[in-house]
Design a protein around this ligand. Structure first.
Ligand SMILES: Nc1nc2c(c(=O)[nH]1)N[C@@H](CN(C=O)c1ccc(C(=O)N[C@@H](CCC(=O)O)C(=O)O)cc1)CN2
Length: 284
């Protein structure tokens, strides 16, 4: 293996340590930040992610509010919990864990959230703010990726980034974050309608692979020295994660974010950043 590792675990640990100091300063002003989560259904992956978020909160001094509903919950029952979280003063920010069960209108649920409590940066108002260049919470995975690159001194300004995928949590908002003046990257977005993925990938200085297609990024499609971030999550028969990036890419790339251990921990760290920043804004 020749590529250097974009170490998400170590970087997230550094961010959490910085946040601990900021949370202490908030508490000294009488402000206790609290993260709420709403988990609907029994998906073991989603449960693992939500539990991880609350473990992180405990580490940095953020309070936890955990709400759960069964897989059979109706749209109305989910919306009732969202209204409760909107009203709960102990909950300064919250997330609705995605995906929601089949048949639930996730957009309607997201729209119902109080935008001032959107810890995920996925509320339509937060995404609109991002488009307009107004300060607000940033989507956790896209901004976690930017932080991971910055903290390893990988140049984002002027880089050509190819994003593969257009899902709500990563692919769709990723170009919005990367093309802000502060990031100033040039972005090509590829998806299932892209004719020649390989031709686009070969041009990339940075590849963000969020297609959810095992090993779709092959060594022969990667420019030598490029940074490749694997965000795809598929599972093999034993339940082990299989990413979007073929292991042979590490022989060609300059940098790789492994999966697990790369972008996932950064998603969780950025969520805490959003909670702390919202509490800081509220505290003036
Ligand atoms: N409301 C949201 N739902 C979802 C989001 C999101 O940002 N907001 N993103 C993903 C899931 N996710 C956070 O919720 C998430 C994914 C992965 C990780 C992580 O740390 N992964 C580990 C590996 C875990 C494993 O072995 O299964 C890693 O990469 O090292 C954290 C959070 C979809 N839903």
């Amino acid at each position: 293996m020749t590529a250097q590792i974009l170490d998400g675990k170590a970087t997230a640990a550094a961010i959490k340590s910085e946040l601990t100091t900021r949370v202490e300063a908030l508490k000294a002003k009488g402000v206790q930040p609290g993260l709420g989560t709403l988990l609907v259904g029994d998906d073991p992956g989603s449960r693992w992610y939500v539990n991880g978020k609350h473990r992180d909160c405990a580490q940095v001094g953020i309070a936890s509010i955990q709400r759960e509903l069964p897989e059979t919950a109706t749209q109305e029952e989910i919306e009732a919990v969202v209204r409760e979280l909107n009203e709960d003063p102990a909950c300064t920010g919250y997330i609705v864990q995605l995906p929601l069960p089949k048949g639930i209108d996730a957009n309607r649920v997201l729209e119902l959230m109080d935008p001032a409590k959107d810890a995920d940066g996925l509320h339509p108002m937060s995404l609109g703010r991002l488009v307009l260049g107004i300060e607000g919470p940033l989507p956790c995975t896209p901004y976690g990726i930017v932080q991971l690159l910055r903290r390893h001194d990988v140049e984002v300004k002027g880089a050509h980034v190819v994003v593969v995928g257009r899902g709500i949590t990563i692919g769709r908002p990723m170009p919005l974050v990367l093309t802000r003046k502060s990031e100033n990257a040039t972005v090509t977005q590829c998806h299932t309608g892209t004719r020649d993925l390989s031709a686009h990938l070969k041009q990339a200085d940075i590849i963000v692979a969020a297609a959810g297609v095992p090993h779709i990024i092959k060594p022969e499609d990667v420019k030598p020295g490029a940074a490749v971030l694997d965000v795809g999550v598929s599972r093999d028969e034993a339940g082990k994660i299989v990413g979007d990036v073929h292991p042979g890419v590490a022989e060609v790339a300059g940098w790789v974010a492994p999966n697990p251990g790369g972008v996932g921990p950064m998603t969780r760290a950025q969520l805490l950043v959003n909670v702390v920043e919202a509490a800081e804004r509220a505290a003036g």
